[in-house]
Structures are given as C-alpha cells and as structure tokens.
Design a protein around this ligand. Structure first.
Ligand code: UGA
Length: 436
C-alpha cells in the first residue's frame, strides 16, 4: 500500500481502527498523549478488553506495520490522519466536550505535509467538522479535512471495522473521497455500501443512528412498564412486533436500559446542539427516551424492595454483572453499576460479580464489594440481581446456585435467563416487563 496512516487518540476507537487498518496492510502510527498507554500498546498489549483485538494488536505490532508514540511530529510523513479522540459529556451540562478533538487537530496541524487528509472519526456535534476545516485553512492550508463516522459496537469492534454495514464519508471535494476510497478499498470490495455526504450530514448520520437505537430500547422499556401495569409479557410482545420487517426484532430487548460511553452521552449532546441550532422541538422526544432509560434503573430497585422489604439494611444482594454490556470491560454509565451503588446507598449489603469488569468497576466505585467468583458472590444472598447478560450467567445451574443462597429469589434485569428452568428449580423468578 502506498498511503501511510496515523491515528490520533489511542482509546477504544483509535486502537481498533489502527490495528484493523494495519491488518489491511497499511503502515500505521498511533499517537496518544498518555505515555503509559503508549508503552503498553508498543509492547502489543491492549489496555482494555475487546474480543479478538488483543491478538490482532499483538500480531500487527510484531509485524512492524503498527507503532505507537507520544510524539506528534512522528506523523510528518503520513498521508491520512484519523482523529479518534473521545468527546465525553461536559462536566457542566449535556453538551459534548470538544477539548480533545480541538487539541488533537491543533497538535497535528504544524506537522501536516502537503496534501495530507485529516479524517475525523470521533462523534461530534454537527458543525464541528466545518469549523475545524476552517481553522485548518489558517493553520495548515496545505491539508484538507473530511469526516468519517464510526459505527462499531463494543464486543464486535474488529468485525464492525473490517466488515461494517456501511461506510459514510463527509467530504468537500472529490480528492478527499478518492483518498478515503483508496484506504477502504478492501472493505469496499466486500460490497460494503459507500455513502458520500457533506460534512454536516456525515456528522448527523452518526448521532441519528445512535438516537434511533436508543429510541428502540426506550420504546420497548416503555412497553415493559405498560406490560407490568396490565399483566402482559414484554418478551412475547417484542417477539410478536419484531416479525414485522418494518420494525425488526433487534434492539428490542427490554430490561435495565442502555449505558456505555456512547448512547447516553450522544443523545444528550444531540439535544444540546439542537437547542443551539434552534431545532430543539424536533428532538424533544429524546428527553423522554433518556427519562425512560433512567427510570428502568429505578424500576428494578422498586422490584427489589417489593421482594425483600422497604428497608434493605438486613439483606445481602448478589449482583451479576458490572459492565454496561457483555463482552466488554467498559463500565462507563453502566446501569448495572449504578443500580449496585444505589442499593448499597440504600443500606443493602451488595456484592458484585463480573467476568471482565471488576477492576474498572472498582476504580469507579471503590466502596462496593466485589467477587471474582460467581458462586462465592451468591453465597448467602437474599436475592440475586442479573444485570449484564454474560453467557456465564445463562449457563448457571439454578439447582447448584440454590444450595448456596439464603433465599431463592432472582430478578432478571435483562430478560435473557430461562424462567422455566429457574422456577422448576424452586426459585421465585421475576423479570422486568413480565408479570409473575
Ligand atoms: C453503540 C452503537 O450500537 C454503535 O453502533 C455505535 O458505533 C457505538 O454506540 C458508538 O457510538 O461508538 P455500544 O455502545 O457498543 O454501541 O453498545 P450497544 O450494543 O449499542 O448497547 C448499548 C446499550 O444498550 C447496552 O447497555 C445494552 O445493554 C443496551 N441494550 C441494547 C438494551 O438494553 N436492549 C437492547 O435491545 C439492546
């Protein structure tokens, strides 16, 4: 391959993109300001858990195509620069914090060579790309800027990057599109749809997609609330409406709702931006999506109280799952951890198990008690709360678990456990959105 690539920001998105592009044959240099992270990545070690990415990273570093540095001047001979830094929610409001994106573009600007293309991949409020591009015309007029949003899911990051369901590029001219077509040529060859858009549309595609997904989840959780009130079963309802291809069955899993580093902050940042644009009325519904989502956490706590007592101080609650979803060690805005902390604050004795997320969880909530062994976690529990749908929990034997607990009460916060199996083993089984 003739083109050389850099990836600015070696977090979740950046490392995935860097390793995947390297696996396509490109020489890739990853730049990050954190020396510890860079040292780890240079040894070929992944600082977080993501299935398949650890071996791919090690393989690419070993092959010599992929390297990491803290030195921005190392990008001077590189053609295409992917900006993959985080855009977290601001500390003082709903808007996205653009500090890192602006700093990244400013840091590379002095080193951009003639004809270099800066490609934003971070999720940003609409209008950001245009303003960064205008700034570059002053600081690095020899370079151009495009936007290429990323749709990967944690747990499937490598697959989603190498076999995405579409590629979206926001460009201002044909040359930028041609360069990106060259980068993604092997992926385009798989038949991947290619969508050329202008800069604002490319930025909007990303937040629109995440808003739609969040809406689907909150829709089914709203139906769960109605099912609970009316004595219905949301899992049957979801299955039945999902057969209509216009609705589709995916992302209709009712439970404790969405978390993670993307959906919650993206819908909030979208609302904040719409407000600035004078278009808030159009996104008013997202406020309700957020509220339904947060209410799901409260609903599960209400169920716990209804099964035990208003006063939780005498009870041990075993929590299965800390991460915001399975196959990830990400605990950012995790509903499971939020619920655990709230139950502990209410006086319950809480023990949390997770196959991969205990250390990140401990950093966020050092006062919670953790157990690395699921059978130890449930020992003498008055109630088990299943909050993250790791496969390991689906494979538990209810009879064996029943011999360890104090009382056989389980609440399935994700609607994936086999209710009949648990009930046949003598358990009181409750799931959100299903009458007992
Ligand atoms: C999400 C999007 O799915 C990706 O397309 C996007 O690229 C990514 O955000 C991003 O913006 O970077 P991710 O955060 O990895 O990906 O997680 P999802 O698989 O979307 O799950 C989000 C949350 O929704 C999880 O807490 C999950 O448990 C919950 N969820 C998902 C449900 O409660 N019900 C469902 O039916 C599906």
């Amino acid at each position: 391959m003739d083109l050389t690539l850099s990836v600015i920001g070696c977090g979740y998105l950046g490392v995935t993109h860097a390793a995947c592009m390297s696996s396509l044959g490109f020489t890739v240099i990853g730049v990050d300001t954190d020396p510890d992270k860079v040292a780890m990545l240079t040894r070929g070690e992944l600082p977080f858990y993501e299935p398949g990415l650890d071996s791919l990273l090690a393989q690419e570093v070993k092959a010599g195509r992929l390297s990491f540095t803290t030195d921005f001047s190392a990008i001077a001979n590189t053609d295409v620069h992917f900006v993959c830094v985080g855009t977290p929610q601001s500390k003082d409001g709903l808007a996205a914090d653009l500090t890192y994106v602006k700093a990244a573009v400013a840091a590379i600007a002095p080193y951009l060579k003639e004809g270099a293309l800066v490609v934003g991949k971070s999720t940003v409020p609409v209008g950001t790309a245009q303003s960064l591009r205008s700034e570059l015309t002053l600081t690095a007029p020899q370079a151009d800027l495009a936007w290429n949003p990323e749709f990967l899911r944690e747990g499937f990051a490598v697959e989603d990057t190498l076999k995405p369901n579409r590629l979206v590029v926001g460009v201002v001219n044909d040359r930028a599109e041609e360069i990106l077509k060259e980068v993604y040529e092997p992926i385009i060859a798989l038949g991947t749809p290619w969508i050329r858009a202008d800069l604002p549309t490319a930025e909007l595609v990303k937040v629109a997609a995440n808003s739609f997904l969040a809406t689907k989840i909150s829709f089914i959780n709203a139906m769960a609330e109605v099912c609970e009130a009316a004595g219905g079963d949301v899992t049957v309802l979801a299955k039945a409406i999902g057969y209509d291809p216009r609705i589709g069955s995916r992302f209709l899993q009712a439970g404790i709702g969405f978390g993670g580093g993307c959906l919650p902050k993206d819908i909030r940042a979208f609302m904040a931006r719409a407000e600035e644009l004078g278009a808030m009325q159009a996104l008013e519904f997202l406020r309700e999506i957020d509220a339904i989502n947060l209410r799901a956490r409260q609903r599960v706590i209400d169920v716990v109280r209804s099964k035990l007592s208003e006063d939780l101080t005498q009870y041990k609650i075993a929590i299965l799952g800390a991460t915001f979803k399975p196959d990830s060690d990400d605990v950012r805005d995790s509903p499971a951890l939020d619920i655990s902390a709230q139950l502990q604050a209410a006086g319950a004795s809480v023990v949390v198990h997770d196959p991969k997320g205990i250390e990140p969880a401990r950093k966020r909530f050092p006062n919670l008690q953790y157990s690395s062994n699921v059978l130890e976690c449930v020992k003498d529990a008055d109630l088990i709360l299943h909050l993250t749908e790791w496969r390991e929990y689906r494979e538990l034997n209810p009879s064996v678990v029943g011999t360890l607990v104090k009382s056989k009460i389980i609440i399935d916060g994700r609607n994936v456990l086999d209710r009949d199996l648990w009930r046949n083993a003598g358990w009181r089984f409750h799931a959100l959105g299903r009458s007992d």
